[in-house]
Design a protein around this ligand. Sequence first.
Ligand code: KG4
Ligand code: ZN
Length: 352
Amino acid sequence: MLTVLGIETSCDETAAAVVRGSVPGPGEILSNVIASQDEAHRPYGGVVPEIAARAHVDLIDLVIRSALEQSRLSLDEIDAIAVTAGPGLIGGVAVGLSAAKGLALASGKKLVALNHLEAHALTARLTAGVAFPFLLLLVSGGHCQLLICEGVGRFTKLGSTIDDAAGEAFDKTAKILGLGFPGGPAIEKAALKGNPKRFRLPRPLMDAENYDFSFSGLKTAVRRVVESTELTEGSINDIAASFQAAAVDVLLNRTRRAMLGTEARRLGTRNLVVAGGVAANGLLSNSLSNMAQENGYKLVVPPPGLCTDNGAMVAWAGLERAHLGLFSDLDTAARARWPLDSGRSGIPGAKS
Ligand code: KG4
Ligand code: ZN
């Protein structure tokens, strides 16, 4: 049994959490504090890196202190301090990493500097104890990939987006429609009242003989529809619903191909995990659930609050790494870019 403090600052959520448990999970979330910066970024219709970095500096101490207080544990009772070291907005990542290093140095606790995408990927073990290997659809604001996860730090990428990420497509479409920020939840809400069949939008790379995604053509098509349609509440809802249906169709099509592909068959995996902010989308998870069932797979989607960025996923990924003795040096660098399938442990400065 290990207890880990997790710190997350790679985008626009300042988050910290304390998680306790044993591998392979599920784990117990003792606290999970998230200070969202949505209000600060809303006037700009997207995350402004400079504003995010400053906000992280303002909030980080309070958020970490609250996470410890709510867990009713002192730093002494924590086994390791886990933190996102990338990929993400470098100013924000540096704030969280510096805070974690300071705490580790002052307390003598071990540091686990980890990949944000791995934290998303392993959340299904925190919530449901899913066994390795599993097929992973990772869909967030910055990433859209299909991977096979065979273990901690052991990812094989099957395919990824050749242009926009899935969440980015939701955010940009919401902006075009004047639905505000963040775009994913706004589109989902509008789509509930809309007709998904009213506008015929393209499904890029549908049935392509690889596992790649593309969303920029869909976004351009939405822009064209907006230019030629009178925007009323009704038509906005219909465009949102038509866009969401197209985006979900593409995600389903690519995932189905990966389920039936040779890589998944070779490993004999029957688990499909969806992770990242877009996994919070109800139409996506419901549709994937049906498709998984039809193909003999079990779908695991973390609850929506653990799909979007949070500290608990970082604490859990840190717990998995601490369990394997994969700790990081205090000179570990923050990384803006950091593919999941780079190297065996994928951790700079990791003692593996
Ligand atoms: O994982 P996340 O919180 O941050 C990144 O690591 O990028 O993902 C944020 C993304 C945003 O693009 C947001 O619009 C999208 O996830 N998102 C959604 C939903 N909730 C968040 N997209 C579709 N439907 C949702 N309900
Ligand atoms: Zn994320």
